[in-house]
Design a protein around this ligand. Structure first.
Ligand SMILES: Nc1ncnc2c1ncn2[C@@H]1O[C@H](COP(=O)(O)OP(=O)(O)OP(=O)(O)O)[C@@H](O)[C@H]1O
Ligand code: NI
Length: 301
């Protein structure tokens, strides 16, 4: 809601995520990625509401009450690497003390084991042991990011939501961080990684979901998406073509205001393939919501 009006930040998002799998959620700023993650955790602002179903095992996350979410879901069944780590860390406590508390809560470890486990968690997220006794305001953005990732990894939750987990990290650390997240999936857990970093997505994702103006417009296997035959939705194709290492062609125009979406396909005003048909909303077919998708070829997965 903005100015008393209701705005659909995410619409009709439908996807599955299996144990052992990494799904990368990509799309321009403001398209609804973080709102989707917040809805799964029951962390939407009070003026927002979510409808539909989102099953984690037998539990419908959208129907669960706050007590269940707070006691059994957040941290335990779903880990979160938040988009703004500094806002998520407790300002008055050192990183070590926050890690130790989380380890104690989630694993029941005590005393000596606690210290060791906290240090191991820091190590997993490449957070330097020399900085463990610092407070959040003494950390750079990249270090706060790593502290938040360490905290999120502690419980080995069956589902990890990582919202821009590599912001502020240089390339080596990006690779190291996403490889650690990938290991989380490789041990039979699920990972939803929200990212602007398509190289990081390509490195670890099994599948890619592309969001535009609050809708998932394409879901595809990562190797088909990033390699051959490439994305099938014109927006997804344009996102990749905008990369400096590819065509470096910016997407013309701007994403629409969510409060002022066109009636049909929201990408049509920016799309070279658009025709009159795009005035009606395309339903997803074979993972692609477009009236004029690029051809699927035999090697797509
Ligand atoms: N509390 C709120 N009240 C009103 N609108 C909101 C609120 N939170 C998010 N929005 C709107 O919802 C839309 C989606 O926001 P969201 O944060 O999910 O985008 P995002 O895809 O995560 O972007 P980014 O890549 O910049 O993080 C935006 O247009 C944003 O302005
Ligand atoms: Ni976001």
């Amino acid at each position: 809601m903005r100015g008393g009006r209701e705005i659909a930040a995410v619409t009709g998002a439908s996807f599955e995520l299996r144990p052992g799998e990494c799904l990368a959620l990509i799309g321009e700023s403001g398209c609804g990625k973080s709102v989707l993650a917040s809805a799964l955790l029951g962390l939407l602002p009070r003026n927002a509401r979510a409808t539909g179903r989102a099953f984690l095992g037998d539990l419908d996350l959208l129907a669960a009450d706050e007590r269940t979410l707070a006691r059994t879901v957040r941290g335990r069944r779903i880990g979160l690497v938040p988009q703004s780590p500094s806002a998520h860390l407790t300002p008055v406590r050192t990183v070590r003390s926050q890690l130790e508390e989380t380890v104690r809560e989630l694993t029941g470890l005590r005393k000596a084991g606690l210290r060791e486990a906290a240090e191991a968690a820091a190590e997993r997220a490449a957070f330097p042991a020399t900085h463990l006794d610092r407070h959040p305001h003494q950390l750079s953005g990249g270090l706060a990011q790593r502290a938040a990732t360490a905290l999120a990894l502690v419980g080995d939750a069956p589902l990890l939501l990582a919202d821009e987990p590599t912001t502020g990290l240089d390339r080596d650390l990006v690779d190291r961080t996403v490889d650690e997240l990938r290991r989380h999936a490789d041990t039979g857990r699920a990972l939803l990684m929200i990212t602007h970093d398509l190289a990081a997505a390509r490195r670890i994702a099994d599948r890619v979901a592309v969001m535009y103006a609050g809708r998932i417009v394409e879901i595809a296997g990562a190797s088909a998406f990033f390699g051959a035959p490439g994305p099938r939705h014109p927006y997804a194709r344009a996102l990749l073509d905008a990369l400096p290492e590819r065509a470096f062609t910016p997407i013309p125009g701007m994403p629409p205001e969510l409060g002022d979406l066109p009636g049909g396909c929201a990408f049509a005003p920016r799309c070279a393939r658009a025709t009159a048909r795009c005035g009606t909303l395309p339903e997803p077919v074979g993972g692609v919501a477009c009236h004029h998708p690029e051809e699927a070829t035999a090697c797509s997965n």
